[in-house]
Design a protein around this ligand. Structure first.
Ligand code: CO
Length: 177
């Protein structure tokens, strides 16, 4: 499906691709193939100017995601890769517009906690723990959802999803890109 195994060319999987509904496997060891996956995802993310990307979105069902901090905050030097991320706490609630690289041109208002604590491991194997709020919190929650097979449209009401039906059908026909 346009993906080159072992290479650095990954293509984005769209809504309708079953890999997006699978729960990603925990990473047990950080090896060369994981590093090259992270690098390939980074390229995809930067090219698409996205705020975040989870491995299932390039067809790999492993627990790794990238949050593209520089796209949000110019003082940040580089995107953050996080392995086996978990939400360790959250509070507040904020409704904000959200999109996803697996749903081209679809945006919807989604309610999420305003502040979260995240734990995980970085690419060098170090345990990381961080706090995020507002847009950054939203980004982490969105990507962690992906690793659980959850998509942002799952947070919408039945009615709202019904209204997006034709757009969702259009996106699911992008399969095979
Ligand atoms: Co997404």
């Amino acid at each position: 499906m346009g993906k080159t195994d072992g290479g650095t060319n990954y293509s984005i999987r769209y809504f309708g691709d079953p890999v997006l509904r699978r729960k990603a496997e925990e990473v047990r060891s950080i090896d060369e193939s994981l590093v090259s996956l992270a690098e390939g995802m980074m390229e995809v993310l930067v090219r698409a100017k996205g705020l975040g990307l989870a491995a299932p979105q390039v067809g790999r069902s492993v627990s790794l995601c990238i949050v593209n901090l520089p796209a949000m905050d110019q003082s940040q030097k580089k995107p953050l890769v996080i392995i086996n991320p978990k939400v360790i706490g959250s509070h507040g609630r904020l409704v904000h517009q959200e999109g996803c690289l697996s749903f081209p041109e679809l945006y919807a208002e989604v309610a999420r906690p305003q502040k979260v604590g995240i734990s995980g491991v970085d690419l060098s194997g170090r345990e990381v723990e961080l706090e995020a709020d507002e847009l950054l919190a939203r980004c982490f929650l969105h990507e962690i959802d992906h690793l659980n097979g959850v998509l942002f449209i799952d947070h919408l009401s039945q009615l709202k999803r019904q209204l997006l039906k034709s757009q969702l059908r259009r996106i699911s026909q992008l399969r095979g890109d």
